[in-house]
Design a binder for this molecule. Structure first.
Ligand SMILES: C[S@@+](CC[C@H](N)C(=O)[O-])C[C@H]1O[C@@H](n2cnc3c(N)ncnc32)[C@H](O)[C@@H]1O
Length: 266
């Protein structure tokens, strides 16, 4: 017999927009909504709403993963064609799209503050792994990327293979299943506010779990609509709260639409 929880999960998954989301996360969100005493219909609506706000909102409609992989295969032999194509595909996710105007500077300034990096964990990665050619990593570097969309993860694995990168993408809900493998660098880009929409203390738990000597933690400093609304000061206060008491060296970098903290833990 189908339980009320399974019924809500199945109803949410009939919608193409949410079909590829990690079923464990869908069930966790649905469970919380049913726990509030909502009806089936209300719980389906509230679950979709939460998954939209924290994940689907960043994607620009249909993500053409198969076509993009074909285009990568065609373009890859011509080195000069790679970066323009990667930029084009990164524009399909609003987080990487917002970074495109600053991308040429972004990783150059960040990596100038870091020692050689041999392993990276990219948490709630979106399409950021496509920016690998902009990251001056050590030649033998490994890259682990996690997010909640199964189709996006398969696409990123296809990209890693094509680009001959020692990379792996995994479908993971980092609220309950954050990788704890030790790495040189953890990228936690524009992710903490998104996770804290779902669980108030998610940022603190995530930072407790991640095993990295260096962390790059960023926050949007303009809203998706382009307004500023004091975001940089709100998020720098949140960062200070989350890292208070840390034995760490912190460097702040202010980009035009992203506030970045480069952290070296003691
Ligand atoms: C604001 S975007 C940031 C994407 C990327 N880090 C960047 O800056 O380009 C937030 C990302 O978090 C992912 N996400 C949301 N909830 C998650 C969860 N519970 N576990 C893992 N990833 C999650 C979304 O799918 C989305 O790709």
């Amino acid at each position: 017999m189908t339980t009320p929880l399974q019924a809500v999960v199945e109803a949410v998954q009939t919608s193409r927009k949410y079909q590829a989301i990690d079923p464990g996360l869908v069930a966790a969100v649905a469970g919380v909504e049913l726990g509030k005493g909502r009806s089936h219909k209300e719980a389906v609506k509230a679950t979709k709403n939460q998954l939209h706000q924290s994940a689907a909102v960043y994607q620009s409609g249909r993500m053409a993963y198969d076509r993009w992989l074909d285009e990568f295969h065609d373009a890859w032999p011509d080195e000069s064609a790679r970066r323009p194509l990667l930029r084009q595909v990164m524009s399909a996710h609003s987080s990487t799209n917002e970074r495109l105007p600053i991308l040429d500077d972004f990783y150059t300034r960040i990596f100038a503050l870091l020692p050689p990096i041999h392993s990276v964990l990219d948490i709630a990665c979106g399409l950021n792994p496509l920016a690998l050619p902009w990251m001056p990593l050590a030649p033998d570097a490994s890259y682990l990327a996690v997010d909640i969309f199964m189709d996006q993860v398969a696409f990123l694995n296809g990209f890693f293979q094509l680009a001959d990168v020692a990379g792996r993408a995994e479908t993971r809900n980092v609220l309950t299943d954050c990788p704890t493998v030790p790495v040189d660098l953890a990228l936690i880009l524009k992710t903490i506010p998104c996770l804290e929409q779902m669980e108030k203390d998610a940022g603190r738990r995530l930072l407790d779990e991640v095993q990295a000597r260096h962390l790059v933690i960023s926050f949007p400093s303009r809203s998706l609509g382009g307004r500023q609304k004091g975001m940089a000061s709100t998020y720098s206060a949140r960062f200070a709260e989350l890292t208070s008491g840390w034995d760490a060296k912190v460097t702040r970098l202010d980009f035009s639409n992203e506030l970045v903290f480069v952290v070296e833990r003691g």
